[in-house]
Design a protein around this ligand. Sequence first.
Ligand code: UT7
Length: 319
Amino acid sequence: MHARITGTGSYLPHLALSNTDLVKRGVDTSDEWIVERTGIRSRHIAEEGQMASDLAVEASLSAIAAAGISAEKIDLIILATSTPDYIFPSTACLLQSKLGISGAAAFDVQAVCSGFIYALTVAEKFIHSGSHRCALVVGTEVFSRILDWSDRGTCVLFGDGAGAVILEASEEPGILASALHADGAHHGILEVPGNVCDGKVVGLPFVKMDGPAVFKFAVKVLAEVAREVLDRAGMDDAALDWLIPHQANIRIIQSTAKKLGLAMDKVITTVDRHGNTSAASIPLALDVAVRDGRIKPGHTLMLEGVGGGFTWGAVVLKF
Ligand code: UT7
Protein backbone atom coordinates (compact mmCIF):
# COMPACT_ATOMS: atom_id res chain seq x y z
CA MET A 1 0.00 0.00 0.00
CA HIS A 2 1.34 3.45 -0.95
CA ALA A 3 0.94 6.66 1.09
CA ARG A 4 -0.04 9.87 -0.73
CA ILE A 5 -0.51 13.44 0.45
CA THR A 6 -4.13 14.32 -0.32
CA GLY A 7 -4.34 17.72 1.38
CA THR A 8 -2.12 20.44 2.82
CA GLY A 9 -2.79 23.31 5.23
CA SER A 10 -0.93 25.92 7.23
CA TYR A 11 -1.41 28.71 9.72
CA LEU A 12 0.58 31.76 10.77
CA PRO A 13 -0.19 33.95 13.80
CA HIS A 14 -1.44 37.42 12.81
CA LEU A 15 1.42 39.47 14.25
CA ALA A 16 4.28 39.88 11.74
CA LEU A 17 7.50 41.46 13.04
CA SER A 18 9.91 42.91 10.48
CA ASN A 19 13.65 43.20 11.07
CA THR A 20 13.15 46.93 11.68
CA ASP A 21 10.49 46.09 14.31
CA LEU A 22 13.11 43.99 16.13
CA VAL A 23 15.53 46.94 16.10
CA LYS A 24 12.73 49.18 17.48
CA ARG A 25 12.17 46.60 20.26
CA GLY A 26 15.82 46.97 21.30
CA VAL A 27 17.56 44.05 19.53
CA ASP A 28 21.15 45.08 18.68
CA THR A 29 20.93 44.27 14.96
CA SER A 30 20.01 45.78 11.59
CA ASP A 31 17.79 44.92 8.64
CA GLU A 32 20.90 44.91 6.39
CA TRP A 33 22.76 42.33 8.55
CA ILE A 34 19.78 39.97 8.87
CA VAL A 35 18.86 40.12 5.16
CA GLU A 36 22.44 39.69 3.99
CA ARG A 37 23.38 36.84 6.37
CA THR A 38 20.03 34.95 6.42
CA GLY A 39 17.55 36.25 3.81
CA ILE A 40 14.97 36.82 6.58
CA ARG A 41 12.88 40.02 6.39
CA SER A 42 9.97 39.19 8.67
CA ARG A 43 8.55 36.48 10.96
CA HIS A 44 5.20 35.79 12.69
CA ILE A 45 4.89 35.73 16.47
CA ALA A 46 2.10 33.96 18.41
CA GLU A 47 -0.14 35.95 20.74
CA GLU A 48 0.23 35.54 24.47
CA GLY A 49 -1.54 32.32 25.42
CA GLN A 50 -1.58 30.98 21.85
CA MET A 51 -0.05 27.50 22.07
CA ALA A 52 1.46 25.07 19.55
CA SER A 53 -1.83 23.09 19.51
CA ASP A 54 -3.80 26.28 18.67
CA LEU A 55 -1.68 26.89 15.56
CA ALA A 56 -1.82 23.16 14.75
CA VAL A 57 -5.61 23.00 14.83
CA GLU A 58 -5.95 25.79 12.23
CA ALA A 59 -3.38 24.17 9.91
CA SER A 60 -5.03 20.76 10.37
CA LEU A 61 -8.56 22.02 9.61
CA SER A 62 -7.24 23.58 6.43
CA ALA A 63 -5.49 20.30 5.40
CA ILE A 64 -8.62 18.27 6.24
CA ALA A 65 -10.73 20.61 4.05
CA ALA A 66 -8.18 20.43 1.20
CA ALA A 67 -8.25 16.60 1.34
CA GLY A 68 -12.06 16.67 1.29
CA ILE A 69 -12.33 14.23 4.21
CA SER A 70 -14.13 14.38 7.51
CA ALA A 71 -11.88 14.54 10.61
CA GLU A 72 -13.40 11.23 11.83
CA LYS A 73 -11.56 9.44 9.01
CA ILE A 74 -8.16 10.22 10.63
CA ASP A 75 -6.79 7.11 12.38
CA LEU A 76 -3.28 8.41 13.15
CA ILE A 77 -1.97 11.80 14.33
CA ILE A 78 1.77 12.44 14.39
CA LEU A 79 2.81 15.91 15.48
CA ALA A 80 6.34 17.31 15.37
CA THR A 81 7.25 20.09 17.79
CA SER A 82 10.01 21.26 20.11
CA THR A 83 7.69 23.76 21.78
CA PRO A 84 4.87 21.55 23.12
CA ASP A 85 1.93 23.01 25.07
CA TYR A 86 2.83 20.95 28.15
CA ILE A 87 5.38 18.43 29.41
CA PHE A 88 2.49 16.00 29.00
CA PRO A 89 0.06 15.08 27.53
CA SER A 90 1.46 15.22 24.02
CA THR A 91 0.47 18.15 21.84
CA ALA A 92 -0.88 15.52 19.40
CA CYS A 93 -3.46 14.46 22.02
CA LEU A 94 -4.40 18.09 22.71
CA LEU A 95 -4.80 18.65 18.96
CA GLN A 96 -6.98 15.54 18.71
CA SER A 97 -9.24 16.92 21.44
CA LYS A 98 -9.43 20.36 19.77
CA LEU A 99 -10.40 18.65 16.49
CA GLY A 100 -13.26 16.94 18.36
CA ILE A 101 -12.19 13.42 17.42
CA SER A 102 -11.13 10.40 19.47
CA GLY A 103 -9.75 6.91 19.07
CA ALA A 104 -6.97 7.59 16.58
CA ALA A 105 -3.40 6.87 17.72
CA ALA A 106 -1.73 10.20 18.54
CA PHE A 107 1.82 11.03 19.54
CA ASP A 108 4.53 13.69 19.26
CA VAL A 109 7.85 13.40 17.49
CA GLN A 110 10.83 15.40 18.74
CA ALA A 111 13.49 15.93 16.09
CA VAL A 112 13.62 19.76 16.21
CA CYS A 113 13.83 21.25 12.68
CA SER A 114 13.82 17.77 11.06
CA GLY A 115 10.65 16.94 12.99
CA PHE A 116 8.24 17.08 10.05
CA ILE A 117 10.49 14.85 7.91
CA TYR A 118 10.66 12.34 10.78
CA ALA A 119 6.88 12.51 11.35
CA LEU A 120 6.03 12.10 7.66
CA THR A 121 8.42 9.15 7.32
CA VAL A 122 6.95 7.41 10.38
CA ALA A 123 3.39 8.00 9.11
CA GLU A 124 4.32 6.54 5.72
CA LYS A 125 5.60 3.39 7.43
CA PHE A 126 2.34 2.96 9.42
CA ILE A 127 0.32 3.29 6.21
CA HIS A 128 2.68 1.09 4.20
CA SER A 129 2.30 -1.66 6.84
CA GLY A 130 -1.48 -1.62 6.39
CA SER A 131 -2.18 -0.85 10.07
CA HIS A 132 -3.48 2.69 9.38
CA ARG A 133 -5.12 4.41 6.40
CA CYS A 134 -5.40 8.13 7.07
CA ALA A 135 -2.76 10.13 8.92
CA LEU A 136 -2.70 13.76 9.98
CA VAL A 137 0.95 14.84 10.06
CA VAL A 138 1.70 18.23 11.61
CA GLY A 139 4.67 20.48 12.33
CA THR A 140 3.87 23.28 14.78
CA GLU A 141 6.03 25.66 16.78
CA VAL A 142 5.93 28.65 19.09
CA PHE A 143 9.71 29.12 19.03
CA SER A 144 9.30 32.74 20.16
CA ARG A 145 8.71 31.30 23.69
CA ILE A 146 12.23 29.83 23.88
CA LEU A 147 14.17 32.80 22.46
CA ASP A 148 16.52 34.95 24.51
CA TRP A 149 15.72 38.39 23.05
CA SER A 150 19.12 39.67 24.23
CA ASP A 151 20.95 37.07 22.07
CA ARG A 152 21.02 38.63 18.59
CA GLY A 153 22.72 35.51 17.19
CA THR A 154 19.49 33.50 17.64
CA CYS A 155 16.46 35.73 18.31
CA VAL A 156 16.38 37.26 14.81
CA LEU A 157 16.24 33.83 13.14
CA PHE A 158 13.07 32.14 14.37
CA GLY A 159 9.32 32.53 14.00
CA ASP A 160 6.05 30.77 14.91
CA GLY A 161 3.65 28.82 12.68
CA ALA A 162 2.17 25.45 11.76
CA GLY A 163 1.80 23.26 8.69
CA ALA A 164 -0.11 20.01 8.19
CA VAL A 165 -0.75 17.31 5.62
CA ILE A 166 -3.23 14.48 5.27
CA LEU A 167 -1.43 11.29 4.19
CA GLU A 168 -3.74 8.54 2.92
CA ALA A 169 -3.41 4.94 1.80
CA SER A 170 -3.50 4.84 -1.98
CA GLU A 171 -3.07 2.49 -4.94
CA GLU A 172 -1.07 5.30 -6.60
CA PRO A 173 2.51 5.93 -5.45
CA GLY A 174 2.97 9.00 -3.23
CA ILE A 175 6.05 8.82 -1.00
CA LEU A 176 8.74 7.16 -3.12
CA ALA A 177 11.73 7.13 -0.77
CA SER A 178 12.89 8.51 2.55
CA ALA A 179 16.04 8.66 4.67
CA LEU A 180 16.46 9.65 8.33
CA HIS A 181 19.67 10.18 10.26
CA ALA A 182 20.93 11.49 13.59
CA ASP A 183 24.26 12.05 15.31
CA GLY A 184 23.80 12.91 18.98
CA ALA A 185 27.50 13.72 19.34
CA HIS A 186 26.66 17.16 17.92
CA HIS A 187 23.86 17.94 20.40
CA GLY A 188 25.80 20.86 21.90
CA ILE A 189 25.88 23.11 18.81
CA LEU A 190 22.10 23.69 18.89
CA GLU A 191 20.12 23.07 22.04
CA VAL A 192 17.76 24.32 24.73
CA PRO A 193 19.65 22.76 27.62
CA GLY A 194 17.06 23.13 30.36
CA ASN A 195 14.30 21.19 32.12
CA VAL A 196 11.85 21.55 34.98
CA CYS A 197 12.70 19.98 38.32
CA ASP A 198 11.01 20.52 41.69
CA GLY A 199 9.01 23.40 40.23
CA LYS A 200 12.07 25.27 38.95
CA VAL A 201 13.78 25.61 35.59
CA VAL A 202 17.11 23.83 35.77
CA GLY A 203 19.64 24.86 33.10
CA LEU A 204 18.78 27.21 30.26
CA PRO A 205 15.23 27.49 28.83
CA PHE A 206 16.43 29.35 25.69
CA VAL A 207 17.88 28.38 22.31
CA LYS A 208 21.67 28.28 22.41
CA MET A 209 23.46 27.88 19.09
CA ASP A 210 26.92 27.88 17.56
CA GLY A 211 25.69 29.41 14.28
CA PRO A 212 28.76 28.85 12.09
CA ALA A 213 29.10 25.19 13.25
CA VAL A 214 25.41 24.55 12.54
CA PHE A 215 25.76 26.23 9.15
CA LYS A 216 28.67 23.98 8.10
CA PHE A 217 27.01 20.81 9.39
CA ALA A 218 23.70 21.65 7.67
CA VAL A 219 25.23 22.32 4.26
CA LYS A 220 27.16 19.04 4.39
CA VAL A 221 24.37 16.68 5.51
CA LEU A 222 21.63 18.26 3.38
CA ALA A 223 23.62 17.61 0.22
CA GLU A 224 24.46 14.05 1.33
CA VAL A 225 20.92 13.06 2.30
CA ALA A 226 19.50 14.58 -0.89
CA ARG A 227 21.77 12.29 -2.96
CA GLU A 228 20.94 9.30 -0.76
CA VAL A 229 17.18 9.68 -1.10
CA LEU A 230 17.40 10.25 -4.86
CA ASP A 231 19.44 7.04 -5.15
CA ARG A 232 16.84 5.17 -3.09
CA ALA A 233 14.09 6.48 -5.38
CA GLY A 234 16.16 5.49 -8.44
CA MET A 235 16.07 9.07 -9.75
CA ASP A 236 18.47 11.82 -10.60
CA ASP A 237 18.05 15.48 -9.68
CA ALA A 238 16.63 16.33 -13.13
CA ALA A 239 13.50 14.35 -12.15
CA LEU A 240 12.66 16.83 -9.38
CA ASP A 241 10.04 19.48 -10.05
CA TRP A 242 10.51 21.16 -6.67
CA LEU A 243 12.87 21.16 -3.69
CA ILE A 244 11.20 22.17 -0.42
CA PRO A 245 14.00 22.52 2.11
CA HIS A 246 13.88 23.45 5.76
CA GLN A 247 13.78 27.25 5.87
CA ALA A 248 16.65 28.28 8.15
CA ASN A 249 18.87 30.50 6.05
CA ILE A 250 18.73 31.41 2.35
CA ARG A 251 22.49 30.81 2.06
CA ILE A 252 22.10 27.19 3.28
CA ILE A 253 19.22 26.71 0.81
CA GLN A 254 21.22 28.20 -2.10
CA SER A 255 24.22 26.03 -1.31
CA THR A 256 22.08 22.84 -1.22
CA ALA A 257 20.39 23.75 -4.52
CA LYS A 258 23.78 24.40 -6.13
CA LYS A 259 25.17 21.04 -4.96
CA LEU A 260 22.08 19.34 -6.42
CA GLY A 261 22.41 21.28 -9.68
CA LEU A 262 18.92 22.76 -9.18
CA ALA A 263 18.12 26.33 -10.28
CA MET A 264 16.66 28.49 -7.49
CA ASP A 265 13.41 28.80 -9.46
CA LYS A 266 12.82 25.11 -8.60
CA VAL A 267 13.21 25.76 -4.88
CA ILE A 268 10.34 26.88 -2.66
CA THR A 269 11.48 29.55 -0.21
CA THR A 270 9.47 31.24 2.53
CA VAL A 271 12.35 32.06 4.88
CA ASP A 272 12.11 35.75 3.91
CA ARG A 273 8.52 35.97 5.27
CA HIS A 274 8.42 33.23 7.93
CA GLY A 275 11.97 33.06 9.34
CA ASN A 276 12.90 29.64 10.71
CA THR A 277 9.74 27.99 12.08
CA SER A 278 11.60 24.75 12.92
CA ALA A 279 9.33 21.67 12.49
CA ALA A 280 6.66 23.83 10.82
CA SER A 281 8.84 25.30 8.08
CA ILE A 282 8.62 22.51 5.49
CA PRO A 283 4.83 21.88 5.63
CA LEU A 284 4.29 25.67 5.68
CA ALA A 285 6.39 26.13 2.52
CA LEU A 286 4.69 23.14 0.89
CA ASP A 287 1.22 24.55 1.56
CA VAL A 288 2.16 28.03 0.31
CA ALA A 289 3.35 26.58 -3.01
CA VAL A 290 0.38 24.23 -3.39
CA ARG A 291 -2.06 27.08 -2.79
CA ASP A 292 -0.32 29.54 -5.14
CA GLY A 293 -0.45 26.89 -7.88
CA ARG A 294 3.28 26.22 -8.34
CA ILE A 295 3.07 22.65 -7.02
CA LYS A 296 0.59 20.62 -9.08
CA PRO A 297 -0.70 17.03 -8.86
CA GLY A 298 1.85 14.67 -10.42
CA HIS A 299 4.87 16.84 -9.58
CA THR A 300 7.91 15.17 -8.00
CA LEU A 301 9.04 16.87 -4.78
CA MET A 302 11.97 16.56 -2.42
CA LEU A 303 11.42 17.66 1.18
CA GLU A 304 14.49 17.84 3.38
CA GLY A 305 15.43 19.10 6.81
CA VAL A 306 18.18 19.34 9.39
CA GLY A 307 18.03 20.36 13.03
CA GLY A 308 19.07 19.94 16.63
CA GLY A 309 20.05 16.51 17.79
CA PHE A 310 21.67 16.59 15.31
CA THR A 311 18.98 15.12 13.08
CA TRP A 312 18.49 15.24 9.33
CA GLY A 313 16.43 13.56 6.65
CA ALA A 314 14.73 13.77 3.28
CA VAL A 315 11.65 12.46 1.48
CA VAL A 316 11.00 12.19 -2.26
CA LEU A 317 7.35 12.00 -3.26
CA LYS A 318 4.87 12.26 -6.11
CA PHE A 319 2.36 14.90 -5.18
O1 UT7 B 1 17.26 25.07 11.81
C1 UT7 B 1 18.63 24.88 11.98
C2 UT7 B 1 19.06 25.94 12.92
N1 UT7 B 1 19.78 27.05 12.52
C3 UT7 B 1 20.50 27.30 11.40
O2 UT7 B 1 20.50 26.65 10.42
C4 UT7 B 1 21.38 28.50 11.50
C5 UT7 B 1 22.75 28.23 10.92
N2 UT7 B 1 23.65 29.35 11.05
C6 UT7 B 1 23.44 30.53 10.43
O3 UT7 B 1 22.46 30.70 9.74
C7 UT7 B 1 24.49 31.60 10.60
O4 UT7 B 1 25.63 31.06 11.24
C8 UT7 B 1 23.96 32.82 11.39
C9 UT7 B 1 22.95 33.59 10.56
C10 UT7 B 1 23.34 32.37 12.71
C11 UT7 B 1 25.12 33.75 11.72
O5 UT7 B 1 25.75 34.17 10.53
P1 UT7 B 1 27.35 34.10 10.40
O6 UT7 B 1 27.68 34.68 9.11
O7 UT7 B 1 27.76 32.67 10.67
O8 UT7 B 1 27.80 35.08 11.56
P2 UT7 B 1 28.69 34.79 12.87
O9 UT7 B 1 27.91 34.05 13.89
O10 UT7 B 1 30.04 34.24 12.45
O11 UT7 B 1 28.90 36.29 13.37
C12 UT7 B 1 29.54 37.27 12.57
C13 UT7 B 1 29.39 38.62 13.23
C14 UT7 B 1 29.77 38.62 14.72
O12 UT7 B 1 30.41 39.85 15.00
P3 UT7 B 1 32.00 39.96 15.13
O13 UT7 B 1 32.38 39.01 16.22
O14 UT7 B 1 32.53 39.55 13.78
O15 UT7 B 1 32.22 41.40 15.46
C15 UT7 B 1 28.43 38.57 15.42
O16 UT7 B 1 28.47 39.17 16.69
O17 UT7 B 1 28.00 39.03 13.17
C16 UT7 B 1 27.58 39.41 14.48
N3 UT7 B 1 26.15 39.12 14.60
C17 UT7 B 1 25.21 40.03 14.34
N4 UT7 B 1 25.28 41.31 13.93
C18 UT7 B 1 24.11 41.96 13.74
C19 UT7 B 1 25.58 37.96 14.96
N5 UT7 B 1 24.23 38.10 14.95
C20 UT7 B 1 23.99 39.37 14.55
C21 UT7 B 1 22.80 40.10 14.34
N6 UT7 B 1 22.91 41.39 13.94
N7 UT7 B 1 21.58 39.57 14.53
